[in-house]
Design a protein around this ligand. Structure first.
Ligand code: GLN
Length: 453
């Protein structure tokens, strides 16, 4: 049924870059046979899933929506893919994204943008717009995304789906093509909090192949969701810095309505000051490109995907690398590599990268102080609803500002998720409600999400 919906709608939406009809059906048939034979199967056996195209899949194209990797077939599976296969979940295919996960609108894909299923003139968010659109349009019941600065949560917000960034280290990054390794985290995209919890239970867990993988990952999130949460006296902090100026009126109205419902249910709502959040976006746009410049050095025209030889002059490692990178990377990727290389260069390192790391520590301290006072923090997930294609592509600051509410969680490594909280009055587009919890308290975060939902 999902493959049929993909056939009917993907040409218009462009949510999938690759569909594996045969592979998905083969897994589904195998699950049917095992079930018919009376075998006890895992919880999500037979439930199809879509994967963001920066998660490597053995023998299935993985492009990061870049010309650089067009046609590349990975020789191995990411750990999350191994887990999904062991669960018996058919993999429907790979979803569109901003090139190498850099963007907030999916307009940076080398293979054309994905459309928002709610309104085809609008962006589906980014970088994981393909996964969010696939789930919102019911082309897939579940998907995986990756979140470096909001790429699961913001697409979730603007497509009316649930998007979760787990605690850093809860889900293995082995086989996730790295953007900024200290910020990247794989997480679920789903239509309900329960579905997201079931999926995180499948993908989370210690992995010796990822040196930042946690050994004490919070378990059984689905059980936490069914347990729910009595809101009486639960202390919830409204982040003062993540509201007001720059936020669309209809977004704030839907957000405030939800807060009032929490208050009516007995929650103790407090305003919380996080003064360094003002500098979080600037710090992110130094730390992230610094890591990008290093991580993307591996695309040298020799090891993976595209290889372009120079038109003139000698063919050396350096000239092949320059010609390949010039042809293979899009503008945004080049911009970030140049910015990051500059910020890391001798003489500027302390002023830029060093200063950004200090801000990162201050953001972590703000969270630590806040979580001494409250059990959760909340904010709108994104300052606006889905914008119209082209509206922000010429104004980088406006595009980057979209991430203002999602970035602090990545800088601190804490779990955060976006759940739908109604439509904005101006444009009848979905609004996302963000919940943040202390590191390793993913179970607590899911319990509040279930109560809000
Ligand atoms: N929009 C942010 C950026 O462009 C977030 C990207 C992400 O989380 N992968 O960097």
């Amino acid at each position: 049924a999902f493959l049929d919906r993909i056939d009917a709608h993907n040409e218009e939406l462009n949510a999938f870059l690759h569909v594996d009809r045969e592979g998905a059906l083969a897994t589904a048939r195998e699950v049917d046979e095992r079930r018919a034979a009376g075998e006890q199967l895992p919880r999500l056996a037979g439930v199809p899933i879509a994967l963001k195209d920066n998660i490597v899949t053995r023998g299935m194209p993985t492009t990061c929506a870049s010309a650089m990797l067009a046609g590349w077939l990975p020789p191995y599976d990411a750990t999350v893919v191994t887990r999904i296969k062991a669960e018996g979940m058919p993999i429907l295919g790979k979803t569109n994204m901003d090139e190498f996960a850099m963007g907030s609108s999916t307009e940076n894909s080398a293979f054309g943008p994905t459309k928002n299923p709610w309104d085809h003139t609008r962006i589906p968010g980014g970088s994981g717009g393909g996964s969010a659109a696939a789930v919102a349009a019911w082309l897939a019941p579940l998907a995986l995304g990756s979140d470096t600065g909001g790429s699961i949560r913001q697409p979730g917000a603007v497509t009316g789906t649930v998007g979760v960034k787990p605690t850093y280290g809860a889900v293995s990054r082995y086989g996730l093509i790295a953007m900024a390794s200290s910020l990247d985290q794989i997480g679920p995209v789903a239509r309900s909090v329960t579905d997201a919890a079931l999926l995180q239970d499948v993908i989370a867990g210690h992995d010796p192949a990822d040196s930042t993988s946690l050994t004490d990952v919070p378990g059984d999130l689905a059980a936490a969701v069914s347990e729910g949460l009595d809101l009486t006296g639960v202390r919830i902090g409204v982040v003062r810095q993540l509201q007001g100026e720059g936020y669309q009126a209809g977004v704030l109205a839907a957000y405030t309505d939800t807060i009032e419902q929490l208050r009516a249910a007995g929650a103790d709502i407090r305003e919380i000051d996080c003064p360094s959040f003002e500098y979080a976006l600037s710090a992110y746009y130094l730390i992230m490109p610094a890591e990008v410049s290093s991580n993307l050095a591996r695309f040298d025209g020799m090891r993976y995907g595209m290889r372009v030889e120079p038109e003139h002059g000698p063919v050396t490692a350096e000239t092949v690398m320059a010609a390949t990178r010039g042809a293979g990377f899009g503008d945004e990727v080049k911009r970030r590599i140049i910015l990051g290389t500059h910020a890391l260069s001798a003489g500027l390192y302390d002023a830029y990268y060093g200063a950004a790391l200090k801000v990162r520590t201050l953001v972590q301290r703000d969270f630590a102080a806040a979580f001494d006072e409250v059990d959760f923090l909340i904010s709108p997930t994104a300052p606006t609803t889905a914008f119209v294609f082209g509206e922000k592509s010429d104004d980088l600051m406006a595009m980057y500002l979209n991430d203002v509410a999602t970035i602090p969680a990545n800088l601190a490594g804490i779990p955060a998720m976006s759940i739908p909280c109604g439509l904005a009055s101006e444009d009848q587009m979905p609004v996302g409600f963000q919940i943040l919890a202390p590191a390793r308290a993913d179970d607590r975060m899911y319990r509040l999400a279930a109560a809000v939902e």
